[in-house]
Design a binder for this molecule. Structure first.
Ligand SMILES: Nc1ncnc2c1ncn2[C@@H]1O[C@H](COP(=O)(O)OP(=O)(O)OP(=O)(O)O)[C@@H](O)[C@H]1O
Ligand SMILES: Nc1nc2c(ncn2[C@@H]2O[C@H](CO)[C@@H](O)[C@H]2O)c(=O)[nH]1
Length: 432
């Protein structure tokens, strides 16, 4: 496990553990630190189109639209005929998050989902495997006879991305394929709300089974909402799942508004904290918010300028470390915010995956805490049980930096980790 931030001088990390056996790519649940995630396996087919194209196919801009196979074929053929397809990328909101986690942490994750049992060279499935980090363990995927999902990613002139999703067999994941051992030993279980729109498909029961296992074994559940209209359509069901199972909720401000009824991100996050332990709320050009709980007695005051918004002096305690509410004797709410790293890249061609990138940084910090607690249980870092290793403010910086990287490289999946020079997130970059 590579640690987020500059830590070598200030803390002890057992980064060089004696290897008594050959390294194995497959996750060893009792020995490895890893994140488990469930997703619909999707390949993103990237194409540039004009607004008229979306209208003609009745596709709602900026959203993830489900389309049947006839519409998908018609769209695909038109894009091919007009030479509009620029690339194929492995996608899926959780697939992206796990890949990015594994790249950042240089460590393992487990993907639960389906994969075509026979894969042809150059096929979308082939692209999916090729563009996924070798540290994402795919040994637990369930084989299906047909295709995985195609996420036709339509980029309009304004850089906005709209999905036309042809599901193929991405929702055929059955509960029998879910390993309790994998979930029980993970540092966290991460999933998204998308499977909920496939009530008649086995993936939904598989998701619920994972949530039950995670709750049973006290594994933090991280849920990312996906897209605004999904939240609007399934609000009650999503809220119920959040209240029963979710520890960390990740969403953008539109999804937050649909879920909580608050357009103001601080108020939306505060409302969501009635249900969960932590909220990661990304707000596009406004940056991001990380909010949660800490212990009143051990809270730490920020040295950053104090900010006020819908909540006065909201970032006062942002140097505190996040805890689950149930692990606090006297829980206090903590709010932290950061503006986009260096104001954002000069040119943004599309914002696809920037929010997922921020989430993978948060997962890295949660997994680092899990790893350190197991390796150095008597460290002063673990006198109390924390949810993450770093403070709210520090995680904000890291998450923000990763979003920037996704935006500048124009793809939802990181091709490499952050540069070593910057492993210290406190150095020059942050001082500008
Ligand atoms: N226009 C922008 N200018 C500067 N930074 C931006 C811009 N858009 C996004 N960002 C950065 O990326 C982060 C995440 O962006 P955003 O809120 O758009 O995510 P999202 O809608 O959840 O994305 P996705 O669902 O595609 O993963 C923001 O918190 C911010 O740091
Ligand atoms: N799992 C899943 N991912 C989606 C869906 N629609 C869009 N995405 C993914 O969201 C990512 C961007 O956040 C893209 O890489 C898409 O593949 C969907 O219906 N299900």
């Amino acid at each position: 496990m590579k640690f987020p931030g500059r830590r070598k001088l200030r803390h002890y990390f057992p980064v060089a553990v004696d290897k008594t056996s050959l390294p194995r790519l497959e996750v060893q649940p009792k020995a490895d630190t890893y994140i488990a995630g469930l997703d619909e396996t999707i390949v993103d087919v990237i194409a540039e189109v004009d607004g008229n194209f979306l209208e003609r196919y009745g596709i709602r801009k900026g959203l993830s639209n489900l389309v049947n196979s006839e519409v998908a074929t018609a769209i695909y053929e038109e894009l091919v005929n007009h030479n509009r397809i620029s690339d194929h990328f492995a996608g899926g909101t959780i697939g992206n998050t796990l890949h990015n986690y594994s790249v950042l942490a240089d460590d393992k994750s487990v993907l639960l989902g389906v994969m075509s049992q026979s894969i042809q060279l150059g096929s979308p499935e082939y692209h999916y495997i090729c563009h996924t980090s070798s540290k994402v363990d795919m040994n637990h995927l369930q084989a299906v006879p047909g295709d995985i999902g195609r996420g036709i990613t339509l980029i309009t002139e304004d850089g906005e991305r709209t999905f036309a999703i042809a599901p193929g067999e991405m929702d055929e994941l059955t509960p029998e394929s879910i390993s309790e051992e994998i979930i029980a030993n993970s540092a966290a279980f991460v999933t998204c709300a998308y499977p909920l729109r496939h009530a008649d498909k086995p993936i939904k029961s598989s998701l619920l089974k994972c949530l039950d296992y995670a709750s049973k074994h006290n594994v933090p559940v991280i849920l990312t909402l996906g897209t605004r209209h999904l939240v609007e359509e399934y609000r009650e069901e999503i809220t119920d799942i959040i209240k029963r199972h979710v520890s960390v909720l990740a969403m953008n401000e539109e999804e937050a508004s649909a879920l909580t009824g608050h357009d103001n991100p601080l108020l939306a996050a505060e409302k969501a904290l009635d249900w969960v332990d932590m909220v990661l709320l990304t707000a596009g050009p406004e940056g991001l918010y990380l909010c949660g709980y800490t212990e009143s007695l051990s809270r730490r005051e920020t040295t950053h300028p104090i900010k006020s918004g819908a909540i006065a002096d909201f970032n006062q305690w942002e140097f505190s470390r996040p805890k689950r509410k149930k692990d606090c004797q006297t829980p206090v709410k903590v709010f932290s915010h950061i503006d986009p790293y260096m104001g954002g890249p000069e040119k943004i061609r599309n914002t696809n995956g920037a929010g997922d990138g921020a989430l993978s940084a948060l997962l890295h910090d949660i997994a680092a805490n899990h790893f350190h607690r197991i390796e150095v249980p008597n460290s002063s870092k673990h006198h109390e049980r924390y949810l993450a290793y770093s403070s709210f403010a520090q995680i904000c910086k890291y998450a923000n930096r990763v979003s920037y990287e996704i935006l500048s490289q124009n793809s939802p999946r990181l091709s490499k980790g952050l540069p070593e020079r910057e492993d210290s997130l406190e150095e020059s970059y942050w001082d500008r």
